[in-house]
Design a protein around this ligand. Sequence first.
Ligand SMILES: [Zn+2]
Length: 300
Amino acid sequence: MLKIAYSEVYKYHLPEGHRFPMEKYELLPQQLLHEGIVTSDNFFHPDQLTEEEILLTHDPAYLHKLNHLTLSRKEERNIGFPVQKALVERGKYIANGTYQCSLYALQNGVAMNIAGGTHHAYPDKGEGFCVFNDISIATNLLLDRGQVNKVLIVDLDVHQGNGNAFIFQQNPDVFTFSMHGAKNYPLRKEVSNLDIGLEDGTDDKTYLDLLTNTLPRIIEENEPEIIFYQSGVDILETDKLGRLGVSLEGCRQRDHFVFNQAKINDVPIVATMGGGYSHRISDIINAHANTFKEAQYVFF
Ligand SMILES: [Zn+2]
């Protein structure tokens, strides 16, 4: 069965004036249930991470600032929204959701988080709407506990996975692959094991050709024991921030291809949602819902 991390704490309301589409974390599970893609049995409630678990990835000084709400204005501005207690606590559940998903994926082949993919967080700072780096946290826990020996991070959000690239730069057990808008945020990019920078306006064919020519080779050469897939839908042509020209159908084909590669190569996969900033919330939800549909279709 497709296990999906989700709980009430994922819902969060930003103060007035913040335009980040937080409502997607409430609307997506409703849509999945409404469309019959999943039933309530598919969902599980993650527990919260312990300090010790967070400290495998994040610096004690940064965690202290988050726990005591003592980030500087500049640090908070870099994150992009006010950092309140409930937001910090929520991040600890979501990051553990990604780790617990990885344990389900090792059993079932696939698992998904209705949030996460917070790939811009560094050990000592957050940025770009990311406080904790859930994929790095899950990866470090798996490696530390000997649950896997090799990890592949496939980051197809339109923004480079700079946090993961930085965190695992010196780690030969983790391969980071990021395909992203070359001219998009972050302006100063980190070096992943493989980066593909896309031109503005990249269309379905160019996008999918690049992906289908690259991912199978990465899997073959690295033989990962798990894949973390950051399935951001800000590659859509309708996205306010993305600058690419990928259609909803192209985005669905991307998801299908990634899940199918995991399946045929027998590598467990965890999908985390990542970004999505289309003008219409329905475009965001439809694209994310497709990711869950494809996971069901390919694996079950
Ligand atoms: Zn993004």
